[in-house]
Design a binder for this molecule. Structure first.
Ligand code: CP
Length: 316
């Protein structure tokens, strides 16, 4: 494929191709010299219309380790502030002939729309409540390395499911790889219709965590609750915050995940987040660089092949 816009477009074997290559990049990233030339001569532009710590920095590192010229657009200083639209911004950058655009935007579907207007490969770095495909891929790699497999696991995704692109992408990926997905959260934060994806939905956290192999906590996304019901943090932690007592209902060797940024004391107790015998939160960040290297390497290979075919057709 030309782009990575969502897990919904990926087949199980494509997911495994990304994870297998990412595994090789984990080894490279742990060495003293970390550079390869997979993206040599290519230009990567990162356009983040929403804040990011992990995703933006790991895409930047990934591009640099692959040998690309990487540019971070400072969107807060761009002409978007003067009213320029997303599409006009994309067309302007497209005229500078980038090879890869990495885009985060607050509107669901915005990255798909942008991908239709440009000539390069586009990676969705999170669009509204829709998808965050590289997050689900890095989560999958973390799970596979911790559990030794990526099938037949019971994965509990807990918290603010309704505002979470992470939950949606993970639910799709884990379902494609034949895992049992449980969604746990208050009915006010559970989107209607998710039952159709073959997941089990729980309101009671202890029941939902029972025997789970993986416990994936979600951030309470207050910034997306425009005008809607916002639960009190105390009450929320009491009912849905992961602490030692609630984690006791999961499998004894269950791992704890969180995509970050974390609200300690709201959706997760800080001592659980920091307990390296259970928490793989820092591994998730490490896998993020490797997965993003793998994704951009594979897209660059496809782009080179596509351009090669076009050049051959032009000669014929
Ligand atoms: N998990 C994630 O997307 O984190 P950032 O918002 O910091 O990129």
């Amino acid at each position: 494929a030309r782009h990575l816009l969502g897990i919904e477009h990926l087949a199980p074997e494509e997911i495994l191709t990304v994870l297998d290559l990412a595994d090789r990049y984990v080894d490279l990233n742990r060495r003293t010299v970390k550079r390869t030339d997979a993206l040599e001569g290519m230009t990567q532009i990162n356009m983040f219309f929403e804040n990011s710590t992990r995703t933006q920095s790991s895409f930047e590192l990934a591009g640099k380790r692959l040998g690309a010229d990487v540019m971070n657009m400072a969107m807060q200083n761009s002409s978007v502030k003067k009213g320029e639209t997303l599409i006009d911004t994309a067309l302007t950058l497209n005229a500078m002939h980038p090879d890869l655009l990495v885009v985060r935007h607050g509107a669901s579907g915005a990255v798909d729309l942008l991908a239709q207007k440009v000539n390069c490969a586009v990676v969705n770095a999170g669009d509204g409540k829709h998808e965050h495909p590289t997050q689900a891929l890095l989560d999958a790699l973390t799970i596979r390395r911790a559990k030794g497999r990526l099938h037949g696991l019971t994965v509990a995704i807990c918290g603010d499911v309704s505002h979470s692109r992470v939950a949606r992408s993970n639910m799709l990926l884990l379902g494609k790889m034949e895992n049992h997905v449980r969604l746990i959260g208050p009915p006010t934060l559970m989107p209607p219709g998710f039952g159709e994806f073959g997941v089990d939905i729980y309101e009671d956290m202890r029941a939902g965590l029972k025997g789970a192999d993986v416990v994936m906590m979600l951030r309470l996304q207050k910034e997306r609750m425009d005008g809607g019901f916002i639960p009190s943090e105390r009450e929320y932690f009491h009912r849905y915050g992961l602490d030692a007592e609630k984690l006791g209902f999961a499998a004894p060797d269950a791992i704890v995940m969180h995509p970050g940024p974390m609200n300690r004391g709201v959706e997760i107790d800080g001592t659980i987040a920091d307990d390296i015998t259970r928490s793989v939160i820092q591994e998730q960040v490490e896998m993020g660089v490797a997965v993003r290297m793998a994704v951009m390497d594979l897209l660059a290979q496809n782009l080179r092949a596509e351009r090669g075919r076009a050049a051959t057709e032009n000669l014929a």
